[in-house]
Design a binder for this molecule. Sequence first.
Ligand SMILES: [Zn+2]
Length: 771
Amino acid sequence: MRTFKTALTAVFFLFSAGLFAQETETETQEEVREAGHINQNKFRQLYQEFSTPNQYRTASGAPGPAYYQNQADYKMDIELDDRNKKITGSERITYHNNSPNDLEYLWVQLDQNIRAINSPALLKDGNGIAPVTRPGSFVSEYMKESFDGGFNITEVSRDGKPLKHLINNTMMRIDLAQPLKSGESYTFDIKWWYNVNEHTVDRGRSGYEHFEEDGNNAYVIAQFFPRMAVYNDVEGWQNYQFWGNGEFALPFGNYEVNITVPADHILDGTGELQNRKEVFSKEMMRRYERAKKTYDEPVMIVTQEEAEAAEKGFSDKKKTWKLKANMVRDFAFATSRKFIWDMMAVKVGNKDVMAVSLYPKEGNPLWEDYSTKVVAHTLQSYSDHTFEYPYHKAISVHAKNQGMEYPMICWNYGRPDEDGNYSDRVKYGMMSVIIHEVGHNFFPMIVNSDERQWGWMDEGLDTFMQYIAEQEYGERYPEDIAPNEKYPSRRGEPAKIVDYMKGEQDYIAPIMSNPENVYQLGNNAYGKPATALNILRETVMGKELFDYAFKTYAQRWMFKHPTPEDFFRTMEDASAVDLDWFWRGWFYTTDYVDIALGDVKKYYITDKPTKEGIELLKRYGISDPGSLDALYVVEEGSDEMQEGMKGKTPAENAPTLKEYLMDNFTPAERQEMKMPKYFYEVTFNKPGGLVMPIIVEYTYADGTTEKVKYPVQIWRKNDNQVSRALATDKEITKIVIDPDLETADVNVDNNTWPQTKQMSEFEEFKANNQG
Ligand SMILES: [Zn+2]
């Protein structure tokens, strides 16, 4: 048997510097203990932040055995008055109470009331006069007569008898004579009309654009009918008012919608067209049949020539388009006599889906070249990462300055100039917004999160998926991207979120905030969560673990209503990666990443007692160091450094070690051992609040490099400073933290050793102008 004692001592003293640090810390810990403290460890579990798992939602992040969701079915007749820009509608809602509770009243959402002349939303901001403003904002803020676009509710009834109801801004309570019992359904009717807003002026999510040149309007219509609120196990009734920023919370249901518009309009919307033969010409039918079998390029259903001919007229005849949709959470449509219409088929799994575009001629030539193709790509890319797109079509409608999503249909910006020219910025902006808005079919139209409460659950997940789909677009259609370039994604890459995260803390809110209460919604709900997920995928979990967990979440909550915890829990549950630290840091705080290189010290091994070594031994009651076979470390450049030590192996500097090796190992075993020449202690500081894995690239004297990833757990006991001991054959000449910029480190000036001082502009100028 080999003597164990000496072996232990060697290890013991090699890390004596670390031990000393711990000793001193213990003294301060004593003082702390007197004061007492709560657990602030960055790795503590999220028990305080998370709701308790239950029968509705389990600790694994999956729906529980008692999970339920209520359903709202709609039958609607809608008419658009194109001359007066007015929408009139009547609807029959059948609400199914699948909850275990009896409901005394029902809440209906009246989103258009945000445009009512007396809407408090008009008075919600308290930030005074902006020092800088755009002309458009200035005009709508100070120079426009107020527009009355609220709902005019003309009837709320059941079986023809008026129903008691109360309107509180954007919410309407229907008072029931008897509570709606668990498991029962309730049918009632609402009639209304409202003035359609000009979305190009008031920047609404829906409305019309007026084209001065030909006198026509293009309508993109949504939030146009009273919609049921969500009732569930986490919010009760989700009747948080619509203030404009927090989007929508909606139950699933089945829709039958008849929309009457001028006979010369082209219309498409959520759902399957029921009376195609009535509204299509024979030629359109022929083209449509061809489009269903064409997978490589869009087939024109209405050509630009035909659209231009239509926009010269104004039919006073009417046409009714009948649409039917099952298991959708909303309904929207677009209509105009200006629309060009193209479609093509795309394979999603074994199924054919139609990719569709509607656009006025003002969108060409950009729209005919890219829109439908981008829709098709988006469906395939998202389906690969989540679940197969379950609806039969996806439509991209061109509307100026719009980027807004609904089931099966969305509005997108991106318009060439009057001569049809466009820059790369316009082209990629258009492609990206189409990917984003079509992508919203997955989050939140199918994975139906509560947008009113959590903007990031749809925007963040969708922007993350958008980044992946954009990069995959470049792989699928390299001919559409500039040669040798990647698709220029605006968001997703870690370096792009740095400016936001290092910004003034007073103007940053945690991701886990209501969208109404944050300062920079774009960064808060889109950019930061998308980047966090990208970092989680690429750097923390790895693609394989992440992708499986992400898909599990999407499939578990497809056609259901997830909460943030359901997402957080599923990602852990399906991957065996503890992520509480990650969710807490990135989603519940505004901390940022800043990891810095501290001291890098070089050591030699000797068996001559050192001052520090003797002191440490004394603490352990050993007063005669000579009685012990001990190894000591000597820092390069210190007083105790001796002649000839440099560049020698430990065995060469310490006969004790050499003897030990000779006594305890055979020549063959000794041959197998590595005999490092260099010993380093590298210290990492963490000025930033977020804990992250430390990714380090070491460069050696022979020019070779080695990348090491220290797991995030390295910070678990001290989250300000940690040190690593390194034993190497080769001298280290350079150390870089996060060399590939994958962690969103806000300050890279402190990431390199030896410190390369950044030249000031003046110094650079001087250097460049000398000699
Ligand atoms: Zn979005």
